[in-house]
Design a protein around this ligand. Sequence first.
Ligand code: URA
Length: 299
Amino acid sequence: MSTRREAVLREMGLAPLWRLRSAADDAVVAGVEAAEPSPLEEARPVGVSVTATGPSRAGSAGAGAMSTSARPSPVRQYLPQAPSVSAAEPAPDSGPLVDPARRERIAGLDWEQLEADIRECRACRLCEKRKQAVPGVGDRQAQWMLVGEGPGAEEDQRGEPFVGAAGKLLEAMLAAIGLKRGDGVYIANTVKCRPPMNRTPQADEIATCFPYLQRQIELVRPRILIALGRPAAQALLDTEVSIGASRGRVFQYRGTPVVVTYHPAYLLRNQTDKAKAWEDLCFARKVASTPGAQDSTQG
Ligand code: URA
């Protein structure tokens, strides 16, 4: 293992766990340097594979659609035979909360207009306590788009997502799979303004802010979306989600594959789950590189 990679895995809290990777691991963790050992104590079951059998075109409302809301749902589950989200509890629904004219206006903004709009937004209560809104950062043509929850204190101060402790871990996680912030990676949040006391954003706040995330996704057109934590997963999948039950599965947001994993802030408090996050990113890497697993057609 290279010294740099060792340092990265140590930073993630994974370094002591590595073992030689088996051929079976290689089959799953496609694209990760073949000569290097996996940092995992236990390999992901080989049975977790990418199967492009589900509806892969945006707008196909066939098997796998999981929406519980009245508005056209962006949710398309990729593996229809293995439902992992509960359709019983409705997710935050922006339907009645987002003025259709506002949604339509945001849908037509270019990058500069979008960022300016976000910075000036006063559409929900989160604007009242923020220092500044935090639009997003990174490569605007990224293949990977990561979606967090919302800015924390440091992000609010600096106007950039994931610059605090969780951000450092996120960067280490990205580095562990050969990715770098800003280089082929775009990072956004579910809500663009800091929730007071870092509380979880509320459903109406997520819904009000969703057109911004929607437009960011449309502009980036990533090969894969990574939902970091529950609020991001729920916003993208438009339904209640359990991270544990959703891991290792490929969902879709309007034709773009979505992989769900733990939020880095959660991982800072639950170090033992870091290995699972590593597995999830390796899985996402496999999905991103699987022909036919992604279809960035929007709408
Ligand atoms: N947590 C998030 O979800 N987003 C940030 O930008 C920072 C911390």
